[in-house]
Write a protein that binds this ligand. Structure first.
Ligand SMILES: C[S@@+](CC[C@H](N)C(=O)[O-])C[C@H]1O[C@@H](n2cnc3c(N)ncnc32)[C@H](O)[C@@H]1O
Length: 245
């Protein structure tokens, strides 16, 4: 019997594995007070859209970390196409182990991935690996309004019960030993263009897949996109631009 990896079927070949866009990655980069960084780590890099944007802009080696090997293989292919393979080093590892592998990180970047460890837990875990006065830029889905439609609240109660408001995240950041330099919220089109527009079409095809785990992921994805369409901007993807203190 064939086995299918639902993640690969849904996401393979996608340039974006989460909401975002190079223009926003580079806008956020500009919010940092420096342009030169020593050790740079991209945690939960996926297929590396932001890895390539950062490495190209900074002309500095980026260590790209992910647990899913096929995403890293895709990133290497993309870095070669962009002729910057010398600026990208991939590591197939769990981002919770970053402090065991890297010391004195000057810039730790993580787009749409920290939630896998829990936002506060990720910041606390990574802190010992960050250079004194080094930077952490992490994006996290956050409640941005107090009025939340019932359908949306219900979905995230099971989908991401740990989701916090911006205010709650700012408190968690200070507790974890960082100072907040800026926040930046992605506009709606960064969720749709090149992400939900592709994912939605793939998911609709995969709902009739023979493997139940593939069907289940496809249905969950369709629901997530529908919730986003009815979100009334109650949540957003927020970049937190931080400095270690
Ligand atoms: C939503 S994707 C975002 C990928 C990429 N940053 C982007 O925005 O396109 C989250 C990524 O985190 C990776 N991931 C999940 N848990 C992880 C862990 N514990 N350690 C390292 N990577 C992890 C997944 O494999 C996936 O590539």
């Amino acid at each position: 019997m064939n086995t299918f990896n639902p993640i690969d079927l849904l996401f393979s070949g996608m340039g974006k594995l989460g909401p975002g866009d190079n223009v926003h990655t580079l806008n956020v980069l500009k919010l940092l007070p420096r342009r030169h960084f020593g050790l740079i780590v991209d945690a939960g890099c996926g297929t590396g859209r932001q890895t390539i944007a950062l490495a190209t802009k900074l002309n500095t080696l980026v260590h790209a970390i992910d647990v899913h090997e096929p995403f890293l293989a895709d990133l290497i292919r993309r870095a070669k196409t962009a002729r910057i393979e010398h600026l990208v080093q991939v590591h197939c590892m769990d981002m919770k182990d970053i402090p065991d592998v890297f010391q004195r990180i000057d810039l730790l970047w993580s787009e749409g991935a920290a939630y896998n460890m829990g936002f506060s837990n990720a910041l606390i875990t990574w802190a010992p690996a960050i250079d004194p006065e080094g930077f952490v830029v992490v994006s996290e889905m956050s409640w941005v309004r107090e009025q939340i439609p019932d359908k949306v609240r219900e979905f995230f109660l099971s989908g991401y019960p740990g989701m916090q408001s911006i205010q709650q995240n700012l408190m968690a950041i200070e507790k974890a030993g960082y100072t907040i330099l800026a926040t930046y919220t992605l506009p709606r089109e960064a969720w749709v263009k090149g992400f939900y527009d592709i994912l939605g079409k793939r998911a609709k095809i995969l709902v009739s897949h023979p493997d139940p785990s593939v069907r289940s992921l496809a249905l969950e994805t369709i629901k997530e996109i529908d919730v986003f369409a009815h979100s009334e901007d109650s949540y957003g993807y927020v970049f937190y631009v931080l400095q270690r203190i």
